[in-house]
Write a protein that binds this ligand. Structure first.
Ligand SMILES: Cc1cc2nc3c(=O)[nH]c(=O)nc-3n(C[C@H](O)[C@H](O)[C@H](O)COP(=O)(O)OP(=O)(O)OC[C@H]3O[C@@H](n4cnc5c(N)ncnc54)[C@H](O)[C@@H]3O)c2cc1C
Length: 270
């Protein structure tokens, strides 16, 4: 296969700040809520990759209006005279320009400003978003795609599985807190999905996610690995992928989507 077809691409987008309104709330599982947002500000929204993220600008409490920043030369500028909204990263799960809807799926089983807001969200509530400011585009032409993550990665993985063509092959490993947090994915690609729970941890010192990755035999051909979840899990998984399985670092996109005992943590291991 030509190397050009397999080259990843980084694309920058101008940052835009938008004030949006909750249109609908859908319970996907007991641990995940889909919040559908809409509003005039959503016009022209663009998200180029399943790996994209938005900055949510979370109001002080559900139902309140967030103090929206303006855009200055150095980025977002917040007014001095009001509470600054908490900012948290979330995946744009689905954007539909025809219905002017943006879905964001929230994991619910911890406390934090974004989770608390989503837990209490009702139609008419307001929230701000900024971005996505860039997209990391991973070609779909690879012979195989390995997608690894925990519940926070489910929105990105779900979006990726929907966009992979029928000719693609995906192996997916997802760790959830329990079986009730599992959901069905729509995909036309050949899909091998493996769900694990933390309680199934087989050996001391190796987390459930890493243990599942250690059971893999990678397919032949050119592949790409995308992994996102809790810092320690993803760090260990990436380490095993590179040293244990010999996957080229250029063929791995690994990110910490949250870190135990730390608020608002986002890190790339590339
Ligand atoms: C690029 C990117 C995309 C993301 N996409 C999504 C998404 O689509 N949906 C989604 O639900 N999350 C997503 N996340 C994860 C989300 O940003 C974090 O979970 C975030 O910390 C939640 O904010 P909070 O205000 O609820 O909690 P915070 O105030 O950030 O944290 C409060 C406490 O909760 C803990 N905590 C944070 N997240 C979790 C968790 N998942 N499970 C258990 N404890 C946790 C923290 O360690 C901290 O102790 C994404 C993260 C990144 C970096």
């Amino acid at each position: 296969m030509s190397n050009d077809l397999l080259a990843v691409q980084k694309v920058r987008h101008p940052i835009k700040v938008r004030l949006l309104e909750v249109k609908r709330v859908t319970e996907l599982t007991p641990a995940m809520r889909r919040i559908t947002l809409t509003g005039e500000d959503l016009a022209g929204f663009h998200s180029g990759s399943f790996d994209d993220h938005l900055k949510l600008l979370v109001p002080e409490r559900a139902g309140a209006r967030p103090n929206m920043p303006t855009l200055g030369e150095q980025g977002l500028v917040f007014a001095e005279d009001g509470p600054r909204p908490a900012m948290r990263d979330y995946t744009p799960r689905r954007y539909d320009p025809l219905t002017n809807e943006l879905d964001i799926d929230f994991v619910l089983h911890h406390d934090g400003p974004a989770t608390d807001w989503a837990t209490h969200a009702e139609p008419g509530h307001l929230i701000g978003i900024a971005g996505p400011r860039g997209s990391f585009i991973i070609p779909t032409a690879f012979d195989w795609h390995l997608l690894i993550g925990d519940e926070t990665a489910i929105p990105a993985i779900g979006r990726r599985l929907e966009e992979l063509p029928a000719a693609a092959r995906a192996i997916v490993i997802i760790k959830t807190a329990n079986e009730q947090a599992r959901l069905d994915f729509a995909s036309q690609c050949a899909l091998d999905i493996r769900w694990v729970t933390e309680a199934a941890t087989p050996a001391e010192g190796v987390g459930a996610l890493e243990a599942a990755v250690r059971e893999l035999v990678l397919p032949e051909g050119e592949g790409y690995v995308w992994a996102a979840g809790e810092y320690t899990d993803i760090k260990a998984v990436r380490q095993y992928l590179t040293t244990g399985l010999g996957v080229d670092k250029g063929r791995i996109r690994a990110a910490s989507y949250w870190r135990r005992s730390q608020a608002n943590s986002h890190e790339h291991f590339d």
